[in-house]
Design a protein around this ligand. Structure first.
Ligand code: PLP
Length: 384
């Protein structure tokens, strides 16, 4: 690394921060991983069961089933509900692609709902426009760590005889009117991809539910439909949570609420430092609902210029998401043309995720805010 690059690194701000940056946490994690390796107990077993109990309790749900990723959690949830060919599933146009991929992978058809420009989330009104007599399920996504306004969506689903699967892959521990993300719909899906608020050392996920029959069905599906070895009741798949990942997750779950509090505190300081700037900042949540700030996403008409300026100051940014799902080549076959979901299409060019992570100190916050003010305070017009 050149001297210049090194100097820039020391004043830069990373987008996020993983375990290697916290030596104490790293030691604790290496210890439990070594324990699993010494016992050679890699598949399901005590570690996975213990994590499932602890994560269900954390979500205030009856059951959690550990699976191999958030995408598999969504696929298994849809399969457990009997969603398949001939059915439509409503998903947001603004989300990670996995939400829609899961629908295609069970043989059903995604129908895209637009989002609210202020929260960037689906609402009962945008979902209503995507409903048809073939709608079997609605998948609201608690994007960025903010809860979707679920009550009117649950009523809408009841009226249409549709199921609700929460995609809570970015919302571990978030609350909506006091209730935890993932425990409100028929099933809730979580990802433990390393960069998520609760992250494994590889891929992992969970399905959460308080319906024992659905829990049983997901449990059968994740491991070849067997309750007893080689007694296959249904056709399932290999989609188990690894014991190594469960051990890592049990340690990290104990730190999750403290980490979330640090995320929230950093977000509050960042919002205070950016107040009055031309950026549209994350809106405060209602009193009995909690945003867990997986991402700190702002809206800016000159988004690309803002990112370039921050990059020159070695401040990392990211886009969630640069292309609305219906405009990705993977979904071109559905024939949803440009202009069909205008808010999502416009937001794709205006949203910018700024750095935010539990250990973000005041200096890093000041650097990010300073660079944003520098960029937006110039002579160029910066309408919000
Ligand atoms: C991460 C994520 C997923 C998929 O999770 P994986 O574990 O990467 O498969 C699904 N939906 C959303 C909203 C996500 O952020």
């Amino acid at each position: 690394m050149s001297a210049v690059a090194e100097a820039q690194d020391t004043v830069g701000v990373p987008f996020t921060r993983l375990d290697a940056a916290d030596p104490e946490r790293l030691d604790e994690l290496l210890e439990v991983v070594a324990g699993v390796a010494r016992r050679s107990a890699f598949t399901l077993g005590a570690e996975v069961e213990a994590f499932e109990h602890e994560f269900a309790a954390y979500c205030e749900a009856a059951e959690a089933i550990g699976v191999s990723s958030g995408t598999d959690a969504l696929i298994l949830a849809l399969r457990a509900l009997g969603v398949g060919p001939g059915h439509e599933v409503v998903v947001p146009a603004n989300s990670f692609i996995a939400t829609a991929e899961a629908v295609v992978l069970v043989g059903a058809t995604p129908r895209f709902a637009d989002v609210d420009p202020e929260t960037q989330l689906v609402t009962a009104a945008t979902i209503a426009e995507a409903l048809s007599e073939r709608t079997r399920c609605i998948v609201p996504v608690h994007l960025y760590g903010r809860m979707v306004e679920l009550d009117p969506i649950l009523s809408l689903a009841r009226e249409h005889g549709a199921f609700v699967v929460e995609d809570a892959c970015q919302a571990h521990g978030a609350r909506y009117h006091g209730r935890r993300a993932g425990a409100i719909g028929h099933l809730g899906c979580f990802s433990f991809y390393p960069a998520k608020n609760l992250g494994a050392w590889g891929d992992g996920g969970a399905v959460v539910t308080s319906d024992p029959a659905l829990a049983d069905h997901v449990r059968l599906l994740r491991s070849h439909g067997e309750r007893r070895r080689y007694h296959h009741e249904i056709c399932g798949t290999t989609a188990r949570l690894d014991a190594l990942q469960a051990a890592v997750l049990r340690v990290k779950l104990r730190h999750l609420d403290a980490d979330t509090a640090r995320r929230r505190a950093a977000a509050a300081r960042l919002s205070a430092a950016l107040a009055g700037s031309p950026l549209a900042l994350p809106r405060p949540t209602e009193e009995d609902s909690d945003h867990v700030f997986h991402l700190y996403v702002v809206r800016c008409a000159q988004r690309d210029a803002l990112r370039e300026h921050l990059a020159r100051r070695s401040i990392a940014t990211a886009l969630h998401y640069p292309v609305p799902i219906h405009r990705t080549p993977a979904f071109a076959h559905l024939g949803v043309g440009p202009g069909a979901l205008p808010v999502s299409e416009r937001l794709a060019g205006e949203l910018c995720s700024l750095p935010l992570f539990p250990g973000m100190d005041d200096q890093a916050i000041a650097r990010v805010a300073g660079a944003v003010w520098e960029a937006t305070g110039g002579s160029a017009p910066w309408p919000a």
